[in-house]
Design a protein around this ligand. Structure first.
Ligand SMILES: Cc1cc2nc3c(=O)[nH]c(=O)nc-3n(C[C@H](O)[C@H](O)[C@H](O)COP(=O)(O)OP(=O)(O)OC[C@H]3O[C@@H](n4cnc5c(N)ncnc54)[C@H](O)[C@@H]3O)c2cc1C
Length: 439
């Protein structure tokens, strides 16, 4: 279940085993989430980071794909409950089950904020954000009121993890690259604000690399507001409260940031399928909704059911692509050995290959097995790893040539809005307001 990093790795590894594999996903593509922000900012096309699952598995004759949403499990009967594309429901039987359904957004208990912010987990969300980003500039260019114009040129990114930092840096590049095209709008007035409750950006990186990121973001002109929590979001902006400094009543000062666009790159929550598996098997589910699995990624009392990736809690591993892929390969080995009557492999051990984040087209940070890199060397390592892990040679060549072209020409080609004036596509925010007729 799930053709993301974990599910696809498992399916591909199972190609070498005497089994039939059915990959069930509610979308028809494998999404390379690490480059979503480049789709949202008009650098890459959606297809370049989202190859069809069928194409990814076409050289694996023992695999088939099924476009359907898993809505429940009947573990005693060894069946999945499915919703098909036409809305009808059905079931699918299995001998072994691998669930790799990933994670969704979490609004820290404020689900009502979802209608005002732009998350960036799915392809549809990245395309919606792209419409908003370029639509905001088009609208700002038509406004006479300076305060409203500035509001539409203000972009707040909530969450200073890799996604937030990468997006904030990229937004400054967009503003710079669009400047020659807007004769009627001063794009130097673009304001990009990066907000996080933590005292440092990218807290999982070593202090030297974090300091590098802070310095570079400041040089790019990103207004970094750390130690501040989002306490309110509406159609006109966001309220943030100082988190560490206590005011007279023990509560920090609250500040209003007027903004046309608030991007949510903060909390994540495991897929609801994790809780369903926890309830069905008695396995623990943590605060992020992740289900606890045994060292071989199986569920209690069900050695034939495995869960992997972002939806599981195992050895405190982070929600990254590499653990999901390594778990997928491991589980495929467990299944392969079982069906061929061999001894199970040794317990799963994660091989930490390091972490990376990019700040601008020529700057990144990387921590690779104790080696700390920043600047161009880190950016080259970042680019190499991302190209290597993209699925399909066509996409690898396409992304690489697009990066090279952008470096030389500064053009951003992928800026199409899917609707025209008056459509929710042009300014998707309209879909977020209470105004009648905006759906
Ligand atoms: C914007 C962004 C940037 C990121 N950048 C990085 C990075 O630079 N480096 C890094 O290592 N990690 C990064 N990550 C994290 C990384 O993408 C995840 O850790 C990884 O995708 C987890 O893999 P997975 O297989 O668990 O889930 P996913 O890859 O999310 O796959 C889950 C799949 O399950 C499908 N699915 C979900 N529910 C159902 C259902 N009910 N029925 C059927 N199908 C379902 C989904 O459609 C999806 O295809 C980033 C994540 C995001 C959102």
């Amino acid at each position: 279940v799930g053709a993301g990093f974990g599910g696809l790795a498992a399916a591909r590894r199972l190609a070498r085993q005497p089994v039939d594999v059915v990959v069930v996903d509610r979308t028809n593509h494998h999404l390379f989430q690490p480059l979503l922000y480049q789709v949202a900012t008009g650098l890459l096309s959606a297809g370049q980071i989202a190859p069809p699952v069928r194409m990814a598995l076409r050289d694996h004759p023992n695999s088939s794909t099924l476009l359907a949403e898993v809505v429940g499990f009947d573990l005693p009967a060894r069946q999945l409950r499915l919703r098909h594309p036409d809305g009808s429901e059905g079931t699918l039987g299995y001998d072994y089950l691998v669930v790799a359904a990933g994670a969704t957004d979490s609004y820290f208990g404020h689900d009502d904020w979802a209608r005002y912010v732009f998350p960036m987990k799915t392809l549809a969300q990245a395309v919606a954000l792209r419409g908003r980003l370029f639509g905001a500039y088009e609208l700002a260019a038509q406004l006479d009121d300076p305060a409203e114009r500035q509001r539409w040129m203000t972009f707040v990114v909530v969450g200073a993890g890799p996604t937030g930092v990468e997006l904030a840096g990229q937004l400054t590049t967009v503003a710079r690259q669009l400047r020659p095209e807007f004769h009627d709008l001063d794009l130097t007035r673009t304001r990009i604000v990066l907000v996080d409750g933590e005292a440092e950006p990218l807290p999982s990186f070593p202090p030297r690399l974090r300091a590098h990121v802070r310095r570079k973001l400041a040089e790019l002109g990103v207004d970094v507001r750390l130690g501040r929590l989002a306490v309110g979001v509406d159609a006109d902006g966001i309220d943030v409260r100082e988190h560490h400094a206590g005011g007279p009543d023990g509560v920090g000062r609250t500040e209003r940031i007027s903004a046309g666009t608030v991007v949510w790159a903060a909390g994540v929550q495991a897929s609801p399928l994790a809780r369903m598996l926890g309830e069905a098997t008695g396995a623990d589910v943590d605060r992020q909704g992740r289900v606890a699995v045994a060292p071989d990624c199986s569920l209690p009392g069900h050695p034939e059911v495995f869960a992997i990736g972002d939806m599981v809690a195992l050895h405190d591993l982070p929600g990254l692509a590499e653990p999901a892929m390594q778990e997928g390969c491991y589980v495929a080995r467990v299944i392969g050995r079982r069906v061929t009557g061999r001894r199970p492999p040794r317990r799963f051990r994660y091989l930490d290959l390091g972490m990376m984040a990019t700040i601008s087209p020529s700057d990144a940070i990387a921590e690779i097995r104790g080696l700390q890199l920043s600047g161009l060397p880190a950016q080259l390592a970042w680019g190499g790893v991302h190209i290597a892990f993209l699925v399909g040679w066509g996409n690898r060549v396409g992304v690489l040539s697009r990066w090279a072209y952008n470096l030389l020409s500064k053009d951003r080609a992928e800026r199409e809005m899917l609707g025209g004036v008056g459509s929710a596509d042009l300014l998707p925010s309209l879909a977020h307001t209470d105004e009648p007729g905006n759906t």
